[in-house]
Design a binder for this molecule. Structure first.
Ligand code: DC
Length: 219
């Protein structure tokens, strides 16, 4: 029996996480937050004081790291047995994740770790290359985006709510920089799968987006 997969790709801050979690909960499916795998690797590499430009060394760390995901109401991530959930959202982690995610050696190692999330009764996979590379044969695909200004505002609000100090202009600039890095890299760049539903969430509420995504699956 083939296990159904819904892929939700798009740039950072488009609301993929919120939408993916809500849709997974509604369907009773498993959830893969692939960005958190790249973020966990970034944390492991920084903790080991690895040379972030050394592709082979980073790929070796990717190979060795032990990740455990516990998804109840929120996601808990353990790296080599230690809870690192609170360290995942920072801008520094995101920027390092984006840098090392450009290494083909790293992506090759992480490919199988991501495919392993495909378990019954189904999977919602959130990331940059879920519909184009990791689950290219998925029957349901969405590309979720929003303007950089809108994504900057949302990210700013999220960080403030978590008590993290932030500057809106700087966040928007960092988002644009990350978009460029994620879209221009050679290995699995952020791109729209041919068969994906394109959704711009700039002027949509989160519930409107969730309903449009669910309508793809529940006919
Ligand atoms: O979705 P996120 O912001 O947590 O992702 C962090 C970085 O990881 C992002 O800038 C690019 C990289 N990433 C990727 O290359 N491929 C994915 N499927 C998910 C994330």
């Amino acid at each position: 029996m083939t296990i159904p997969v819904l892929t939700i790709d798009g740039p950072s801050g488009a609301g993929k996480g919120t939408v993916s979690r809500a849709v997974a909960k509604k369907l009773g499916w498993n959830y893969l937050d692939s960005g958190s795998i790249y973020r966990s690797l970034a944390i492991s590499a920084m903790d080991k004081q690895a040379d972030l430009a050394d592709k082979a060394a980073i790929a070796q760390i990717a190979q060795e790291m032990q990740l455990a995901f516990e998804c109840n109401d929120s996601l808990t991530v353990k790296l080599d047995g230690v809870d690192i959930t609170h360290r995942l959202p920072s801008e520094e982690t995101g920027a390092v994740a984006s840098t090392i995610a450009a290494y083909p050696e790293v992506r090759a190692v992480l490919l199988q770790k991501q495919k392993d999330f495909r378990r019954l009764p189904g999977l919602v996979a959130d990331g940059r290359d879920m519909g184009t590379v990791v689950f290219s044969e998925a029957p349901f695909k969405v590309f979720l985006t929003a303007s950089a200004e809108e994504r900057g505002k949302r990210r700013f609000k999220q960080l403030k709510e978590k008590g993290i100090d932030a500057n809106l202009d700087q966040i928007t600039r960092e988002i644009e920089l990350r978009d460029r890095r994620d879209s221009e890299r050679k290995a699995a760049p952020l791109s729209i799968a041919e068969d994906a539903l394109y959704l711009d969430s700039s002027a949509l509420s989160i519930d409107e987006v969730i309903n449009k995504v669910l309508a793809l699956i529940i006919k």
